[in-house]
Write a protein that binds this ligand. Structure first.
Ligand code: AOF
Ligand code: ZN
Length: 372
């Protein structure tokens, strides 16, 4: 779907402004979801006169922030916005209206807004005599910037899998052994990452071995603390787990009929919610689990392992994005593999870089999206 192609004829300088708007947009991570991250740059006679981004869910939109920054210089200027300006009066006024009021002459926008009420701003602006160029991003590029916003599959959340692995593909030195594979800079990065998700999920084995808190303790205070989900089909985790003791997002166990009623009662008494889904042999049916999370309001899910749960999700084609921290060391032949037994239709998928590979401390940070 490349309806954007004809609008790609922007000059390099114009593209740079679009890219700057995308960079500004990303500052909304953790604070605006499930609404999209949006950035805006206002340019007059080739000079940037205003910048803004959507900072807080329910707060002013990017255009309004940038217009306030530009003041009178917005008259006759071009606004570069990463998303089509909204035409609806939602929690705030319509951006189309704000742009016209300010006398903006031209609008270049990145992605079309699919919203029923909010979308269609481009037409409104054109009809009012504003020159409009866009969407200049392909649908793939638009999705990459705001995946949960463009995720339309109601059967599951937009799902990311994060793993830290060694050069030989290990996630722990040996079974049952907690191993810090990546460095502290990656830990910080993961804290930032968590802030933008509705739920953080791990398998029971990882919960037992690593005993993680799954809270957000980084620089971005999440608007809503992500709930903490443990996939524990047989009901094995003890009530002494740290995530039960630690203040944070709601704790949920996803289990099956194989778990004992006494265990469920114990976990509920410890403050957790227990979600019983279909399963065979004490193995949670993952599409069913994800469906239950989605119905429960999880739009964006981050799975942080372990290898068995991650591989099962991958095999079933349930992972949209991979975040991989590759550490420059070997863990050796006893290591727990990051990707045991990835097979089936999901295993045949191709992955593409969704961001530049990045050096984070001593490690390499990769962001990959499943193709198609
Ligand atoms: C824009 N600029 O910066 C953003 C837009 O609930 P509201 O009133 O804040 O509206 C949210 C919807 O508005 C959101 O779902 C999306 O369609 C659009 N977001 N639009 O023109 C912005 N954040
Ligand atoms: Zn708006």
């Amino acid at each position: 779907m490349d309806e954007a192609l004809t609008d790609r004829e922007l000059t390099d300088r114009e593209w740079a402004h679009v890219e700057r708007a995308l960079v500004l947009a990303r500052r909304g991570w953790g604070r605006v979801h499930p609404n999209p991250m949006v950035g805006c740059v206002i340019v007059r006679d080739g000079r940037v006169v205003g910048e803004g981004w959507h900072r807080e869910w329910g707060g002013p939109h990017a255009e309004v922030m940038a217009l306030a920054d530009a003041g009178a210089a917005a008259r006759g200027a071009t606004a570069f916005v990463s998303l089509e300006p909204c035409r609806h009066t939602g929690k705030t006024g319509a951006c189309t209206h704000a742009l016209m009021e300010a006398g903006v002459a031209r609008v270049v926008f990145g992605a079309a807004d699919p919203g029923e009420a909010s979308g269609g701003g481009a037409r409104v602006l054109r009809e009012a005599g504003v020159e409009v160029t866009g969407p200049v991003l392909s649908s793939g590029e638009a999705r990459r910037e705001n995946p949960p916003f463009f995720h339309t599959d109601e059967t599951r959340p937009w799902t990311a899998l994060k793993l830290a692995l060694s050069l030989d593909g290990g996630i722990a030195a040996a079974p049952g052994q907690r191993t810090s594979v990546s460095g502290p800079e990656v830990d910080r990065r993961v804290q930032e990452l968590r802030a933008g998700f509705d739920a953080i999920m791990v398998g029971a084995r990882t919960a037992r071995v690593d005993d993680p808190r799954l809270t957000v303790r980084g620089p971005i205070p999440p608007r809503v603390p992500p709930r903490r989900v443990v996939v524990d089909g047989r009901g094995t985790l003890g009530p002494g787990a740290r995530l039960l003791a630690e203040e944070g997002g709601a704790v949920q166990f996803v289990t099956t009929a194989a778990a004992e009623a006494g265990w469920k009662r114990k976990m509920e008494a410890a403050g957790a919610q227990v979600l019983t889904v279909e399963g065979a042999d004490g193995q949670v049916d993952l599409p069913g689990a994800l469906q239950a999370l989605r119905s429960g309001g999880v739009g964006a899910l981050l799975c942080e392992g372990g290898g068995v749960l991650g591989s099962a999700l991958l095999s079933e084609g349930l992972v949209d994005r991979l975040y991989l921290a590759v550490a420059p060391r070997f863990l050796g032949p006893d290591a727990v593999p990051a990707f045991p037994r990835v097979s089936g239709p999901g295993g045949e998928a191709d992955w593409e870089m969704a961001a530049e590979p990045e050096r984070v401390g001593a490690d390499l940070w990769l962001t990959l999206d499943r193709e198609g």
